[in-house]
Design a protein. Structure first.
Lengths: 496, 483
């Protein structure tokens, strides 16, 4: 469509670099230019163009010597939840606004080692708590897409990894990292018309990723196509002795196995995901996806995941409970914001009151309540039992199917500020992504089409635990069949 | 044995349960690679994990697990193959994570029992409720600045074992005997150095009182008891305080109290109502700890002989008294030393020499056993000389004093100083004859019925022989000659 460097796929870019059609410096510069052009989206909390250009020069030196690494010179964005050595890491919170880690997270280190070049730290909902990226203390991220019916409205990018998704969708970077606790890569992927993937819990190391809910948090990837996302996920996967919950499992060749035929593949369609009040266009996109996979040779199986309706309430007990404890370390004593009070207790109170935003406080309160003596069994213990039932639902379903196809989210991107006063409505935006998170399963969102406002809608493919290969294979087949060629207007303009 | 308090309304029984925190001997902390050595400049043994930096994760130190299992086996306890680390949540500046990783509902070690030795020589079985692993906190220092407190995180994250007893202890003597025995077992196992003063072992004491046969009373938990003596004093004070309150018509409030070593009293720290709600829940950063029976068995196979086993063996194999055996097994090094002395020699004699002479002399010089100038082999050599009549017991004491002073072998000293016992009957007879000839009055008196004078003649003979004459032969010859 265009020759601009920002619209290349990663595979194309790597080939171009190898063939010396352009340099890493040129590639990175083109993206940095787009970062500046899209500044109003507020996709980044910290931009690191000088660092990126320095790395690009190093990449060019390597390419010249024939020492090109697997993702040499590829410009990416790093969600500002990953601790990056000597680069400010905020979690989008005032409590960490000046925090500069002395260490590099395992995932970001792997990406550095593979040759990627980060142009900055991407905006997110504070401590990854949210589905709109309007909970960032550095301001909301604006979606690069516009509604055709209300072009004046600024739309949310989705969350919590909204900056990462917007950066990829606007052509500011070729891929980015996200994290996914209840849908934080899949849902923004859907809202921004790109691919968002979360692997099996334990596939990637959580070391150096600022914790939200430890039993659910997992690294994720955004890219503009399935193959690129597989390439990056390949790079960041693998056991890490520094994370006891990362698994000692072989990492299969995701990219090599991507383009296999899906003939005979059994695709499960859960009846419980046909929720009341779901917009007809989402049902239509889902039905079209089912039809396309069928035409590609898959067998469609009706399945039931009976405990689906309990997933959101279960998640909103477990995740805040863990968060209330995980965020206790931000006390103003050793690092981060401190507001001095007359005594220790007041220092704690003032520091945390000033440092945390509204949604973070809400979740700390919910979590503290759920873990309290006298309420623990009714909330936390009960939630853990339901979580097991939800995992069992999937286990039973996977006896009759290989992957599950659902919509990614019950809506397309909404206007910034629209659901801000209704946390329950906001929480329900994760209704299709949360069940797989609770079960620790891999999931990917692939663009399925546009709604009648011209906004992207994603389809989610959920795989069996540790079977990202089948998930990717299905996603690739779906992507080919859908033939989604639309890009955000900003990307189009930048590439022109 | 149970110490009763005589109140105005009758006798009261003291009921005690102990929670002992024992720092595990290991090179690194429970969930990080930093050193847990005592001392060191403040905040020198602190990793990113210990300081709870964002995104840091705990990784369990396998050696600490081994040490906990070893301890559990040493306490004759049930080892749980499945245990769970939980978070105990509370805010304090010396607790960087805002929670302590501990074990709560599913500890690694369950019920067990240890035998304590009471001052009157009796023994008593005390139940162990559980043992679990947990992180230690750092140290807050409040007295170095008028308005600020300092925090030292060196200790933050070091591995502790919390060992909880059943409320089986009745009185301060039993509580002290329990702590003493527990410390001995831990030291034998090499799992804790048991140093109460340095804080590598700390005890919280739960005290209640009741009339004999009545149900348990309301208990108070006493913290900050840092020595065996403090345990003794704190229990006596607290039990008396409780009896006085009840007899005055009051009731005991369940609370945590602090022992003040200077004032010699306990005072209220916080009531049950003020107690923290710790919001325990399984730590999602750590998988449940699963070990196999084979793993436990392999550790069991490496256990040393424990104090009670050793004590009973010393009694049955060496014919020692319960008291002597208890003294000898009090430290593993002492027991080893004794066994080396006794090897090939008279075991009872060896016990007497180790307990009365060696330990006495070391104690007088304020030395510990590992500083002894006399090796076990050397002491064994001395005992051999006594047993084969080369020297008498009395001369042996002089030889021993010389050994302590110079570190020389007993045989060399005896040789050098010509202390060899005279067993030549002719030579002894000559001295006996001389003594009889020099003391005609006493001879007459003795023969006239003053039997007590026999000792005088023995003394004279020994004096003339410079102590070297064989006492048995002297006796025989004197009896014979004095008629």
């Amino acid at each position: 469509m265009t020759n601009s460097l920002i619209s290349l796929t990663i595979t194309e870019a790597l080939k171009g670099l190898k063939d010396k059609k352009f340099s890493a410096t040129e590639l990175v510069s083109a993206h940095i230019k787009q970062v500046e052009a899209c500044d109003h989206l507020n996709a980044f909390i910290t931009k690191t163009p000088e660092l990126a250009l320095k790395q690009a020069a190093e990449s060019d030196a390597r390419i010249a010597k024939g020492e090109m690494r697997v993702l040499e010179g590829i410009p990416i964005a790093m969600k500002d939840l990953y601790c990056t050595k000597a680069v400010t890491t905020t979690a989008a919170s005032q409590i960490l606004k000046n925090f500069v880690p002395t260490y590099e997270s395992t995932v970001s280190q792997k990406l550095l080692d593979a040759g990627t070049i980060s142009v900055g730290k991407a905006n997110l909902d504070e401590f990854a708590m949210g589905g709109s990226n309007t909970n960032s203390s550095f301001g909301p991220v604006e979606n690069p897409w516009k509604s055709s019916t209300h072009p004046d409205k600024k739309l949310v990018s989705g969350g919590s990894s909204g900056g990462s998704a917007a950066a990829v969708a606007a052509g500011m970077v070729m891929a980015s990292t996200g994290t996914d606790t209840g849908g934080s890569t899949r849902q923004p992927g859907s809202f921004c018309g790109i691919v968002g993937v979360k692997p099996t819990y334990g596939r990637c190391s959580r070391w150096g990723i600022i914790a939200f809910a430890s039993s659910l948090d997992q690294a994720g990837i955004f890219a503009r196509n399935v193959e690129d996302s597989a390439l990056l996920l390949q790079t960041i996967s693998g056991f890490d002795p520094k994370d006891s919950t990362s698994a000692q499992m072989e990492v299969p060749d995701f990219t090599g196995l991507l383009k296999q035929d899906i003939k005979g593949l059994r695709v499960g369609i859960p009846k419980e995901y046909r929720v009341d009040g779901m917009p007809a266009e989402i049902t239509a996109v889902w039905d079209k996806g089912i039809q396309l996979l069928k035409e590609a040779g898959a067998t469609i199986i009706d399945i039931s995941l009976p405990h689906t309706k309990y997933a959101v309430p279960t998640y909103y007990i477990i995740a805040p409970s863990e968060a209330s404890s995980n965020l206790a370390r931000y006390d103003g004593v050793r690092y981060g914001l401190r507001v001095d009070g007359k005594d220790l207790q007041e220092t704690y109170d003032l520091t945390r009151a000033a440092g945390f935003g509204k949604e973070v406080k809400r979740r700390i309160m919910i979590g503290t309540y759920c873990l309290s003596s006298g309420y623990y069994d009714a909330y936390y213990t009960k939630a853990q039992k339901v979580r097991r039932l939800i995992a069992n639902d999937f286990r039973s379903a996977f006896e009759t199917c290989d992957v599950i196809l659902t919509p990614t989210a019950p809506s397309s991107a909404f206007a910034i500020g629209e659901n801000d006063d209704d946390p329950i409505k906001m929480y329900l935006g994760d209704v299709f992504t949360i069940p797989a998170s609770l079960a620790g399963l891999p999931g990917i969102s692939v663009p399925g089409g546009l709604d009648n406002q011209g906004l992207p809608l994603g389809l989610q493919i959920i795989g069996k635990a540790w079977d990202e290969v089948t998930m990717f294979k299905t996603a690739y087949a779906l992507e080919q069949a859908v033939g989604f060629k639309d890009v955000s207007p900003l990307m189009k303009r930048g590439a022109a | 044995m149970a110490a009763l308090i005589q109140g105005k309304t009758g006798d009261w029984e003291i009921v005690i349960g102990l929670e002992v925190h024992a720092q595990i001997i290991a090179h690194s902390k429970l969930f990080s690679g930093s050193s847990c050595e005592f001392g060191g400049a403040p905040n020198n043994h602190v990793s990113l994990v210990d300081a709870a930096m964002p995104g840091m994760l705990p990784v369990l130190n396998e050696y600490c697990v081994e040490q906990a299992v070893r301890t559990g086996l040493g306490l004759n306890s049930q080892i749980n193959l499945h245990s769970v680390f939980e978070r105990k949540n509370y805010f304090y500046p010396d607790l960087p994570q805002g929670y302590q990783i501990s074990q709560f509902l599913h500890p690694i070690v369950g019920k067990g029992v240890i035998e304590i030795d009471l001052p009157n020589g009796e023994t008593k079985q005390i139940g162990v409720t559980r043992l679990h692993m947990e992180q230690d906190a750092g140290k807050s220092i409040h007295d170095q600045h008028p308005t600020k407190s300092y925090v030292d995180l060196n200790r933050s994250g070091c591995a502790l074992m919390e060992i909880v007893s059943e409320p089986d202890l009745r009185g301060a003597d039993e509580a002290c005997a329990y702590v003493t025995k527990l410390r001995m077992i831990l030291r034998y196992l090499g799992t804790c150095d048991g140093n109460l003063e340095e804080g590598s072992m700390r005890a919280d004491v739960n005290v209640s009182v009741r009339k004999l046969g009545a149900p348990y009373g309301t208990r108070c938990e006493i913290k900050n008891v840092n020595s065996i003596k403090a345990i003794q004093m704190a229990i006596d004070y607290e039990a008396t305080r409780q009896v006085e309150i009840i007899e005055a018509g009051g009731t005991i409030k369940q609370e945590t109290r602090l022992w003040d070593n200077v004032k010699g009293e306990t005072r209220s720290m916080r009531s049950k109502e003020e107690a923290h709600d710790y919001r325990y829940f399984p730590d999602p950063d750590l998988l449940p700890l699963v070990i196999t029976q084979e793993y436990v068995d392999a550790i069991k196979a490496t256990l040393p002989e424990l104090p009670d086993q050793k004590k009973h063996r010393f009694m049955s194999t060496f014919g020692l008294s319960a008291y002597d055996s208890s003294v000898l097994i009090a430290e593993r090094a002492r027991a080893d030393y004794y066994e080396a002395v006794a090897k090939g020699h008279d075991a009872k004699l060896a016990a007497n020499w180790v307990i009365n002479e060696l330990l006495g002399a070391l104690n007088k010089d304020s030395k510990s056993l590992d500083e002894t100038p006399v090796t076990a082999e050397q002491l064994g050599g001395l005992i051999a000389l006594i047993s084969d009549n080369t020297i008498s017991g009395k001369i042996a004491k002089d030889v021993f004093a010389e050994m302590m002073a110079t570190g020389k072998d007993a045989a060399a000293i005896v040789e050098e100083k010509g202390l060899k016992q005279v067993t030549d009957s002719g030579a002894i007879e000559k001295i006996v004859d001389e003594v009889i000839a020099e003391n005609p009055d006493n001879v007459a008196a003795y023969r006239g019925g003053k039997d007590k004078l026999f000792g005088f003649f023995v003394g004279q003979v020994m004096k003339k022989s410079a102590g070297k004459a064989n006492p048995d032969m002297v006796n025989d010859l004197l009896k014979q000659k004095l008629g």
